[in-house]
Design a binder for this molecule. Structure first.
Ligand code: BGC
Length: 740
């Protein structure tokens, strides 16, 4: 009887306790209710705390309520190593080495949404395992000038291509319960004066060129965070810019995530309160040591905001809205108890990095079939160039990584070469022998005592009797060579590489130039070199991916995501004189006078100047033949669509992949329009002799331009051309239809 009494009492005691699970912790309740419940429990001070950082990369949760802190990390190519709480120096962990995935230019060059999904999923798993809740990336700023030091972190010059590639990346990362923070919103298209450049751009250009990838990231990718950029637009910094953040991002696109400031991108408490910012990061870097109270409390959205509320200067309405959004982020990430656990440095991640790298490498030129290199039977292969041995994952700014391993091109080639093949290495030139970023060092000794002339002479000597000469050079993520916070100073290759290449070309006609960069470079020797490969910053598996393509184990299938101009003077951002590259302390107005004519949109207008290599260009070891494109109808109703189909055949002897590109051009319109714009692409794999029909459906959206007066997208009736192309300068067929 006594036991029965105890059991009954226990049950009665437990019942109300179970019923009392607070709403904010109750996973059966809708998130909106949980957010309101949590908000209602938070003190003013707790609310202020969650909207700004309290270390270099984290913001506090609500400890009293058991809501965890949020940890962010760079991004976008791998998970950044741990730094100290308040400093950029390394924390000295020994378990924070990652897999470096190929840079985003390489991902864009795959033109393959499946690769973007694989990338996002793998990176998200690494982030999750390292207990990071937000990846600071991907970047989708448009490639406007080849001098931009951060182009390697972005996805090229075309809004459609960037939009298509960013969506699966976001979904992949976020499927791990880790947020993406798409950056840098908006108009951050070069680095010099990045904090004080005020961009002047017309609405049409803004909507047609610079915003579509961000819009897709929000509306199709469903990104949970966006990072405001450092620069100004309409005289306001983009981290608190009512026009871009309140009107466009939230008003027009319905973004329900958080706006995160770039590190140190916040400048004003009142603007931060009212003009769209939710979470402030990185404003002062002396952390707990400096300033009044401590520095994190001195953030614009910390004590100064609290004071304004306490004094009655501002209400709490804006604060509650910010906290609601931060709580929503928390429910999507740290409060999601079911999110996967992630994994790190797994063989699957290395395989993904190698595959994406192999698919992104672009074969620019291959005269006389020099490539693929016969790595099984060649007698002697000479490899020349610093980039054949230099680690490329350290450097470049915030995207710098500490990798578990990185295979250099030379190692990749050596590993792949057959037993009897002698692989000889010569330096050729000296670039940057340092290898350090924020305390991560490559540990490589690249010191060299020979003179520049001697290095060339030694390489030439070895080149004379080599079956193949593979020159691996390019840029290297040092300051001004593809690096955050500095732009390049010229289009040319640095460190006298042109001279080395010319000397090698003079003595050996089986010369392959492998250019490693995230940017276009000029190639004055282009007609003297039979084979040229664009190889990007590929990360941990660089050497394997490069050897895969050079040897023919992987048939190249990448296509350029941006134009390689022949000269800097051919780039509209430079022609119209609105890129100065001159550092300034004052605000610098930069007017985008090139308007919508960025990249191939400009090339198509030109009669005489041709680029070195066009947007969309990329060769294969096999050949593809395109049939005549066929339309299902020639008259399209206003809310209808047309479908164009084309048969593509592999006419060579190897299996290969081709990116079939579809561009649309408006014959006549009330506003000037580019000759053609990319509106579809598909990557297909074909066995020798195999044919496949590729179809694209074109709807009114694909025909529209942004009418700045009406502030809407407009498709005008009339004739439109559809171009089926293997590159923007290699149109294989054209059909025409009319929009009613
Ligand atoms: C960069 C961001 C980066 C942040 C944090 C800033 O300097 O512009 O892209 O995510 O630092 O490292």
């Amino acid at each position: 009887m006594k036991y029965v009494y105890i059991i009954v009492s226990l049950v009665l005691a437990a019942a109300p306790a179970m019923a009392q699970t607070p709403v904010y912790l109750d996973e059966t309740r809708p998130v909106g209710e949980r957010i309101e419940d949590a908000l209602g429990r938070m003190t003013l001070e707790e609310k202020i705390a969650v909207i700004h950082a309290r270390s270099k990369f984290s913001s506090p949760g609500v400890a009293r309520l058991g809501i965890p802190e949020i940890w962010t990390t760079d991004g976008p190519h791998g998970i950044r190593p741990e730094v100290l709480w308040d400093e950029w120096d390394q924390a000295g962990w020994t378990n924070d080495s990652c897999v470096a995935f190929p840079a985003l230019t390489c991902l864009a060059a795959t033109w393959d949404e499946e690769m973007a999904a694989l990338y996002g999923k793998s990176l998200g798993e690494e982030a999750r395992y390292r207990k990071k809740d937000m990846v600071l990336g991907p970047g989708v700023n448009i490639y406007r000038t080849p001098l931009n030091g951060r182009n390697f972190e972005y996805m090229g010059e075309d809004p459609y291509l960037s939009a298509r590639m960013v969506v699966p990346y976001i979904r992949g990362v976020q499927s791990n319960g880790v947020a993406t923070c798409v950056k840098h919103f908006a108009l951050n298209n070069h680095e010099t004066n990045r904090h004080n450049t005020n961009v002047i751009v017309d609405d049409r250009t803004l909507y047609e060129i610079y915003l579509p990838a961000f819009k897709a990231a929000v509306q199709e990718g469903g990104t949970w965070a966006i990072m405001g950029s450092y620069n100004l637009y309409k005289d306001r910094h983009c981290c608190h810019n009512a026009h871009t953040l309140n009107d466009i991002l939230r008003g027009e696109w319905g973004f329900d995530g958080v706006v995160v400031s770039d590190w140190g991108g916040t400048h004003d408490t009142d603007q931060a309160i009212h003009d769209g910012l939710d979470m402030e990061f990185g404003s002062w870097t002396d952390g707990l040591k400096g300033g009044y109270r401590n520095a994190y409390d001195s953030y614009y959205l910390a004590y100064p905001y609290l004071e304004r509320i306490r004094s009655g200067e501002v209400g709490t309405e804006e604060l509650d809205e910010k906290v609601r959004r931060v709580l929503r982020l928390m429910y999507r990430t740290v409060m999601d108890r079911n999110r996967p656990l992630g994994s790190m440095c797994s063989e699957a991640h290395y395989a993904a990095a190698r595959r994406i790298g192999g698919e992104g490498i672009v074969l620019l030129k291959n005269d006389g079939g020099v490539l693929p290199v016969d790595m099984d039977h060649a007698r002697k292969i000479l490899v020349v160039g610093e980039n054949a041995v230099k680690m490329m994952t350290v450097g470049g700014g915030s995207s710098s990584l500490k990798v578990q391993r990185e295979i250099s091109p030379l190692e990749g080639i050596r590993e792949r070469a057959g037993e009897g093949v002698s692989v000889v290495y010569e330096r050729g030139y000296v670039g940057d022998v340092t290898g350090e970023y924020n305390g991560v060092t490559t540990g490589q000794d690249l010191s060299e005592s020979r003179s520049a002339d001697q290095l060339i002479a030694d390489a030439v000597e070895q080149a004379r009797d080599a079956d193949y000469v593979i020159f691996v050079g390019g840029l290297n993520k040092s300051a001004h060579q593809d690096c955050e916070d500095s732009d390049r100073v010229s289009l040319g290759l640095p460190y006298g590489q042109d001279k080395v290449i010319e000397a090698l070309a003079a003595v050996n006609d089986r010369l392959v130039v492998v250019n490693i960069s995230g940017n276009a470079v000029s190639m004055p020797w282009v007609s003297d070199v039979p084979a040229i490969v664009q190889a990007w910053y590929i990360g941990s598996e660089a050497g394997h991916a490069i050897a895969d393509v050079l040897s023919g184990d992987v048939n190249p299938s990448g296509k350029l995501p941006f134009t390689f101009p022949a000269r800097l003077e051919d780039v509209p951002a430079h022609i119209f004189g609105e890129y100065t590259g001159v550092p300034s302390r004052d605000t610098v107005d930069i007017e985008y006078k090139d308007g919508i004519y960025v990249g191939y949109r400009w090339t198509d207008l030109q009669k005489k100047t041709r680029p070195l290599f066009a947007f969309g260009h990329g060769l294969s070891y096999t050949t593809f033949e395109y049939g005549e494109p066929v339309l299902d109808k020639t008259l399209m109703s206003r809310d209808g669509s047309v479908t164009v189909s084309v048969v593509v055949t592999n006419t060579g002897t190897r299996e290969g992949q081709e990116v079939v590109q579809m561009y649309v051009g408006d014959r006549k319109s009330s506003l000037p329009r580019p000759l053609k714009e990319l509106k579809g692409f598909e990557k297909i794999r074909l066995a020798p002799g195999e044919s496949r029909t590729v179809s694209f459906t074109v709807g009114t959206d694909d025909l529209s331009f942004f009418d700045p007066d009406r502030h809407e997208w407009v498709a005008e009736p009339g004739k439109f051309d559809i171009y089926i192309a293997a590159a923007s300068d290699d149109v294989r067929g054209k059909v025409t239809f009319e929009l009613e």
